[in-house]
Ligand binder design. Structure first.
Ligand code: 6PG
Length: 260
């Protein structure tokens, strides 16, 4: 079932498992970009919600539908700790998906969480700019010069990636990646900024669970206040934003609901 909001589509799945399947289907559909630009450049979300989707994508039924040799993976953000740490977003995606599909090592663009945060952010921006052949200036909308798909989660405080309430990265207008200390997580994080995220062909949020219901309603139906609800800063200026959510997370949405 799909609801349209003023700026994005919302697709509501009955259960968390159905949401994982819907996200995996979306990934496979978006990977058809390979036919156009000979590669598929995707941003993986961190946190726990996408893990089920990544595990599904690693199953033969899904993995066989993607030409992994031409897929490039990036991350929306990373906790500043070693890639072997259980809390690393890289580690989660590697265990759930990347260790099980034939992605060339050179196509795995990991944020170096073990480095000094500022240096890791600079290195990551250089890697994105090199991948998209955009050495300076804003992202280009030329096919192949921007992310084909960005997967994002949303915290119950309205953060996404590591764009947390009140942080400078939420309103950044030039840099594609930034490092900031996140007090509420008691750690440094490296995050992509809305500058590069909003240039994507397609942004898909994955939101599951009743604990997100109040925040989801404020983010998608409430007034724009991105400093308080940073997920609102994601708008895909030359693409589309879709919210893939389950019924539990959608419980507070006020728009008319149609089943189908
Ligand atoms: C991170 C993520 C973050 C995550 C949200 C939702 O590093 O934590 O990038 O933005 O997507 O916090 O996390 P859950 O999916 O675990 O609820």
């Amino acid at each position: 079932m799909t609801l349209r909001t003023k700026s994005a589509g919302i697709s509501v799945s009955a259960t968390a498992d159905a949401l994982m399947r819907a996200a995996a289907d979306r990934f496979v559909t978006a990977a058809a970009a390979i036919d156009l630009s000979d590669r598929f450049v995707v941003v993986l979300a961190g946190g726990s919600t996408p893990k089920g989707t990544y595990q599904l994508l690693a199953t033969p039924a899904y993995a066989s539908r993607v030409d992994w040799s031409r897929v490039h993976v990036f991350w929306s953000d990373e906790r500043c700790l070693p890639p072997t740490d259980a809390a690393s977003n890289f580690q989660m995606a590697h265990t759930a998906l990347l260790a099980h599909v034939s992605l060339p090592a050179a196509n795995i663009h990991r944020i170096r969480g073990e480095d000094v945060p500022g240096a890791a952010a600079t290195t990551y921006e250089d890697e994105m700019r090199s991948t998209f052949a955009t050495p300076t200036g804003p992202p280009r909308s030329t096919p192949g010069a921007r992310f084909d798909l960005v997967l994002l989660g949303m915290g119950d405080n309205g953060h996404t990636a590591s764009l947390f309430p009140g942080l400078a990265a939420v309103r950044e207008s030039e840099r594609w990646a930034m490092a900031e200390y996140v007090a509420e997580a008691s750690m440094w994080r490296v995050t992509l900024t809305p500058v590069i995220l909003n240039a994507a062909v397609e942004v898909v949020f994955l939101v599951s669970g009743s604990e997100k219901a109040a925040t989801l309603q404020h983010v998608v139906e409430g007034p724009y206040r991105c400093d308080v609800l940073p997920a609102q800063a994601i708008s895909a200026s030359n693409g589309c934003v879709t919210w893939l959510v389950d019924e539990a997370a959608a419980a507070n949405l006020k728009r008319s609901r149609t089943h189908g």
